[in-house]
Design a protein around this ligand. Structure first.
Ligand code: SF4
Ligand code: SF4
Length: 519
């Protein structure tokens, strides 16, 4: 294959990858089956490495394939498979259209100390304290947050606008999608990264990948022994410098015919730019191959061992509307623990493995998951947490457990999920409108899929809820359905360790919920 063709192949392939990732994150109708999502996620480096450690199975060994690919082809992962890197390339292209000078890169200093310090810090923090720095810096997770926090809401807004316009012409192909947003504070970190990465890629190409990204630095080290790489033909080169100007990694020293392979992302722009055919991509002969010093080798081995050690540490609703309360509820819900998603096993395990990529938040068809801000503490910021004021966990759904790329959410078969107790229901009688307003309700019992909430006689003809905690699965359906504000009369307190609920018995057969609400 000729090298210009390689560039075209790179553009076509990376565009396809980007579109696929975009679609899986903005798929607000849940049209894409999780098996296709998993194929795409297999090769995402950090999620795959974390999953590999949890599963201890080659079925999760995508990151090993990436390492092998890097030894063979250099850092092509960054140009072909990393959705954040591809997004940056698109942004650089836009930058070049806006201002010609943004398209002119030229050789820049490599920020070697900063890069290796950041990589070492990421590894040490991961080994000693946990996954926090990986959560911040993993390129796939950063991309996931951009899509979930910014792109998906924008797509939903466009959908709703078009649905409104078409509705006026009696065309109902599109329907309005409700989107409730997240607490403002969780936008802080993604917004900061959005500005940083957006600004850098718009004006300076791949500077983020070559200065901050720990995956880029690690794969860059491995590229030093890659078999295929960009090379110069000294006799053909006229030292015009065009290649260096087009190199968005700013890694070509055309005067000395030297390419910093640790920064080259294999985009092949230089190859197509060179009119003298003095630059190409291929096997580097041993005598030409960059000398790998003992120090570099040591650095590579030490970093790889540290990295592997690091990885080993991390090793709707009701049919009938509920009555509207006339006055505010007064007793605050005292939640001791947040409710973490099904498949998490325990809050501690979950916090250890989740890189806050937000794919589960995006994929949840019910929108019950949102990024945490204080629920798990500062270190669990942006990891997904259930918000039962916003929605509830659907009884027959296991989507988040199927698509989590890091295995922070373990796959659950539906029968197991239906018996996994995420938290326990608590009833606050003093908030319940049956007591405070002498009004018939029963919305919580109506909503509960296991009938862990059922109605018992209260005063006169009124019935009031009673709970059977043993069969409660903590899905939050009751909490969501409860009409009291600002505090709910029934809520779910999270289980720090998920438990097995007892099999539900049909409480309805013993105590009848009124067939019709009297409102
Ligand atoms: S739990 Fe959700 S946010 Fe965390 S890694 Fe899995 S899919 Fe990503
Ligand atoms: S299992 Fe529950 S939290 Fe997970 S995607 Fe389904 S509804 Fe959402």
């Amino acid at each position: 294959m000729t090298t210009p063709l390689l560039r075209r192949l790179r553009i076509a392939f990376s565009t396809l990858i980007f579109i696929c990732f975009f679609l899986i994150f903005v798929d607000f109708r849940s049209l894409i089956p999780s098996k296709y999502t998993n194929i795409l996620l297999f090769l995402q480096f950090i999620p795959s490495a974390i999953r590999f450690y949890s599963l201890q199975s080659m079925a999760a060994g995508g990151f090993l394939a990436v390492l092998a690919l890097t030894v063979l082809t250099g850092r092509t992962y960054c140009s072909f498979l990393c959705p954040l890197g591809i997004g940056m390339d698109l942004n650089s292209r836009i930058g070049g259209r806006i201002k010609k000078k943004f398209r002119r890169y030229g050789l820049k200093k490599p920020f070697t100390i900063l890069r290796y310090l950041l990589l070492a810090a990421t590894l040490i923090v991961t080994m000693v304290w946990g996954i926090y720095m990986l959560t911040l810096l993993d390129p796939y997770s950063i991309f996931g947050r951009f899509m979930t926090y910014f792109a998906k809401p924008a797509v939903i807004e466009i959908n709703n606008f078009l649905a409104g316009v078409l509705g006026r012409f009696d065309i109902y192909y599109l329907s309005d999608i409700p989107f409730k947003g997240f607490p403002l504070i969780v936008y802080a970190v993604p917004s900061l990264f959005f500005l940083l990465i957006g600004g850098l890629s718009l004006t300076k190409g791949r500077l983020f990948c070559n200065m901050i990204c720990p995956v880029g630095t690690l794969l860059g080290l491995l590229s030093k022994i890659s078999i295929l790489r960009i090379k110069f033909d000294d006799s053909a080169c006229t030292r015009c410098g065009r290649c260096a100007v087009r190199c968005k990694s700013s890694c070509i020293d055309f005067l000395n015919h030297n390419i910093d392979v640790t920064r080259c992302v294999g985009c092949f722009n230089c190859v197509t730019t060179c009119q003298d055919k003095a630059i190409s991509y291929g096997i580097v002969s041993l005598k030409k191959k960059e000398h790998v010093t003992d120090e570099n080798k040591r650095k590579l081995i030490a970093t790889s061992v540290l990295f592997l050690l690091g990885i080993s540490r991390i090793a709707k609703g009701q049919d009938k509307p509920a009555p509207k309360p006339k006055k505010d509820s007064t007793v605050k819900e005292e939640r001791k623990f947040p409710v973490c998603p099904p498949g998490a096993g325990s809050i501690a395990d979950f916090n250890k493995d989740c890189t806050a990529c937000s794919l589960c938040i995006s994929a949840c068809p019910n929108g019950v998951l949102e990024p945490a801000y204080k629920q798990y503490g500062i270190t669990g910021m942006m990891q997904p947490v259930m918000n039962y004021h916003k929605s509830f966990c659907t009884y027959n759904c296991t989507i988040c457990t199927e698509i989590c790329p890091t295995y922070a959410l373990h796959p659950l078969v539906l029968d197991a999920k239906k018996l996994t107790q995420l938290g326990k229901v608590t009833f606050i009688k003093d908030n319940c409108i049956v007591k405070t307003e002498k009004t018939a309700c029963g919305a919580c019992s109506e909503a509960c899929p296991t009938k862990a909430v059922y109605m018992i006689p209260y005063e006169g003809n009124l019935l009031i809820p009673e709970v059977n905690v043993d069969i409660c699965i903590g899905c939050g359906h009751c909490e969501y359905a409860c009409p009291t504000i600002p505090y709910k009369a029934i809520f779910v307190d999270g289980n720090p360790v998920h438990l097995a609920a007892k099999k539900p018995v049909n409480q309805e057969s013993e105590i009848k919920t009124p067939v019709e609400f009297p409102f």
